[in-house]
Design a protein around this ligand. Structure first.
Ligand code: MRU
Length: 347
């Protein structure tokens, strides 16, 4: 499975290549990143997006910083890596995987500060690949656990893109859908287009089409009508940050979907690795919600759609209360949201 999907990111000759998600599905182009600043810009501009994917990109950002600093003195190395980590973490504020992955890399860089330049680079590169490989492995595990919750020929609805493109590969919510499809459990997937970035229309539809998984695209405001008039067996989404009380930050629109699902008595599943749990945040209301530019709402494909001077709000995410979530599927098991705090932080 997932054989046809272009890689979200790859590493070659000390360069990070990111699949440019801004031009998908029309073009398959890779953006070259040679410095940690290039990586930070690409994360900010959403060339790469999705919580686990930006974590992995951030990890390779630290490798790029390490390559630059490899001949510096130990003290200079430490300060250069610190500076790079601050910039990388600040690239996007809501998805906690970015902070988690970059901090894990900083610890490796600190421990390796006395190594010779080549060994220092090798250790950092291996550590970033470990994060990459782990991400694919946990997605497959979540796929397996999540698919067990679905019955044969299910019709599901998903929001945003929580697929291979939002991770190192396979996907979280879409990973569950992939495994369930393989097991004969998916009849159709309703895909929310996900305004304003259209991750659903451009990315999720692209992934599903490549794998020949049946799907139907809807605009976000159709979800209620579809739930009322169609059989929907489950809503399955990813997450950008999970608070200890089980509240979940995810793409804007997830909260509204959760209310619709509750009203229509449809199970609402969140699929996310333990690295998406923020063990320092007790409640969802404490999660920082990224506000993005007005332009992204005012324009579609570069074309203005509202009168000049229109006031805009553009929160990139919202918080779904634990009470609207049926289960959270992690690689460590399936939990009721109020039990998520029993999990242990991973290194
Ligand atoms: O703004 P984005 O596209 O980075 O937002 C992505 C999402 O909200 C995804 O649903 C989330 O990161 C889970 S992805 C595995």
């Amino acid at each position: 499975m997932q054989k046809n999907i272009a890689k979200t990111l790859f590493w070659q000759a000390n360069t990070l290549y990111l699949l440019d998600q801004l031009v998908l599905p029309g073009k398959v182009l890779y953006k070259k990143c040679k410095t940690y600043k290039d990586v930070s810009e690409a994360i900010k501009n959403m060339i790469i997006r999705g919580a686990p994917a930006i974590g992995v990109a951030g990890a390779f950002g630290i490798v790029l910083a390490g390559i630059k600093a490899s001949r510096f003195s130990p003290l200079e190395k430490l300060s250069y890596i610190k500076k790079a980590s601050i910039l990388l973490i600040s690239s996007r504020p809501t998805a906690v995987n970015l902070k988690w992955a970059v901090e894990r890399m900083v610890k490796v860089a600190e421990k390796s500060v006395n190594l010779n330049p080549q060994n220092y680079i090798n250790v950092l590169t291996d550590a970033a690949f470990e994060i990459y490989d782990e991400d694919i492995a946990v997605n497959k595990k979540m796929g397996e656990l999540g698919a067990r919750l679905l019955k044969k020929d299910s019709v599901v609805l998903t929001h945003c893109n929580a697929g291979a493109l939002a991770t190192a590969g396979y996907g979280t919510a879409l990973g569950v859908i992939r495994t369930a499809y393989k097991d004969g459990k998916i009849k159709n997937v309703f895909v929310d287009e996900t305004r304003p970035y259209l991750q659903g229309a451009r990315l999720t539809a692209w992934e599903l089409q490549q794998e020949k998984i049946p799907y139907t695209l809807i605009t976000d405001n159709m979800a209620g009508y579809i739930m009322k008039t169609n059989r929907i067996d489950a809503v399955i989404v990813g997450a950008d940050r999970i608070a200890l009380n089980g509240d979940v930050a995810n793409k804007i629109g997830t909260y509204s979907l959760s209310i619709l699902a509750k009203y229509h008595k449809i199970p609402f599943y969140v699929v996310a690795p333990v690295s998406t749990i923020d063990f320092n945040t007790t409640y969802g209301s404490k999660i920082v919600i990224e506000e993005r530019s007005a332009d992204e709402v005012l324009k579609i494909n570069g074309k203005e759609i509202a009168p000049k001077g229109t006031t805009v709000r553009h929160p990139g995410f919202d918080v779904t209360p634990a009470s609207n979530i049926t289960m959270i599927i992690t690689e460590k098991g399936v939990f009721k949201p109020n039990k998520i705090s029993t999990l242990k932080k991973i290194k």
